[in-house]
Design a protein around this ligand. Structure first.
Ligand SMILES: [Zn+2]
Length: 368
């Protein structure tokens, strides 16, 4: 507990911004979600990344405005809670906020569609304090191929995609390759002059999922001076869980095929059907438990492969349907520290994993 409290604890990814846009107050303890100020305090979280998620299918001419509305909500809620939380735009600023006893809120965007293929929009988001951009999501956008769409002909990034990477380097904005295809990953590394992150991904060797990173990618990330935030989603952590989830998904989807075809052109109705599918899957898989030690297995793997300087965690809280037992929300992060202690990690190594590694990248990219 003492070690956890004295460490800078950083979570590299949550999707709470969307809930806030829908009206949830970050100041109120609300167990229908995973993240709020009271529980961030309990979990000893010092820096929380708030990713503004936007779908690739979002109406093209409303993408930037939509993310600005989400940022408005974050700003307004943080302002109302300024005794507890403040936006950080530099590592130095984050440290000042944390030393004053508050939580540093880090603004991010998940999916490059937000910039509407326009570098000026990227600049606008930087000016508002956004400090990382996840290039793509589960389906590709105009300039970056998603890990969900990879095929032998994938080009990774377009010329414009390379311009985005260069502009992010120039501005001092962290490039996030979670959700990016392997081809995009390698293209980014060819262009970037700064360290990059995979904010919420796991290890492919432990679970061959397209969202996870292969050994060669992990080695290249380490060489680049970047890092990975281990995702808590059981389907990325565990091969067995992922197989069960995929089977349940296929089965439910098949049963709903007629409905999905019927609402082919009605996005709202389709979303309702998908919601039903998820509810059925939740019911079917609720008995299957994945332990939090699995998160630390993924951390261990990276430490053994490339060293202790390149790993942390990106929970994906409020963005996932399932979580490991013992890690049900952000108040439980002490459990990771306990498991690291149990496995014999030194205090200085634990501090690196809990937040030190992310702070190194943050400083290097954003404080220059
Ligand atoms: Zn994500």
């Amino acid at each position: 507990m003492e070690l956890h409290k004295s460490s800078l604890v950083a979570d590299l990814h949550c999707d709470t911004a969307l809930r806030m846009l829908q009206g949830i107050q970050i100041s109120v303890r609300d167990t229908s979600g995973h993240v709020d100020i009271p529980r961030l305090r309990e979990g000893g979280v010092d820096l929380q990344v708030f990713a503004c998620f936007i779908s690739t299918n979002h109406p093209k001419d409303d993408c930037a405005d939509y993310v600005h509305r989400m940022l408005d909500t974050l700003e307004a809620q943080f302002e109302r809670n300024k005794a507890n939380i403040a936006i950080c735009t530099k590592a130095k600023e984050a440290e000042e906020i944390i030393n004053s006893g508050r939580i540093a809120g880090f603004l991010a965007i998940e999916n490059g569609v937000a910039i509407e293929n326009n570098l000026e929009e990227l600049k606008n988001f930087y000016k508002r304090g956004v400090r990382y951009l996840t290039l793509t999501h589960t389906s590709s956008n105009d300039w970056c191929i998603s890990s969900g769409d990879e095929n032998p002909e994938s080009f990774g990034l377009t010329d414009f995609g390379r311009e985005v990477v260069k502009k992010m380097n120039e501005l001092g904005m962290i490039i996030d390759v979670s959700h990016a295809s392997e081809s995009a990953f390698w293209e980014v590394l060819k262009v970037t002059t700064d360290p990059i992150i995979a904010s919420h991904s796991c290890v492919y060797a432990l679970n061959p999922h397209d969202r996870n990173l292969k050994d060669e990618q992990l080695k290249a990330l380490a060489k680049n001076g970047g890092m990975v935030g281990i995702n808590f989603f059981p389907a990325y952590l565990s091969k067995e869980f992922n197989e069960k989830l995929t089977n349940a998904w296929e089965k439910s989807k098949k049963e709903k095929e007629t409905l999905l075809n019927k609402y082919k052109d009605d996005q709202k109705k389709r979303r309702e059907v998908y919601h039903q599918i998820w509810e059925e899957i939740k019911e079917e898989l609720k008995g299957i438990k994945v332990g939090l030690s699995l998160v630390v297995d993924h951390i261990d793997y990276i430490v053994n492969l490339v060293g202790v300087d390149y790993v942390g965690f990106g929970s994906d809280f409020d963005g996932v349907t399932f979580l490991p037992s013992g890690l049900e929300d952000c108040s439980k992060l002490l459990e990771i520290t306990k498991e690291l202690v149990r496995r014999g990690y030194s205090e200085s190594d634990i501090k690196k994993i809990l937040g030190g590694n992310f702070m190194r990248v943050f400083r290097e990219v954003c404080d220059k």
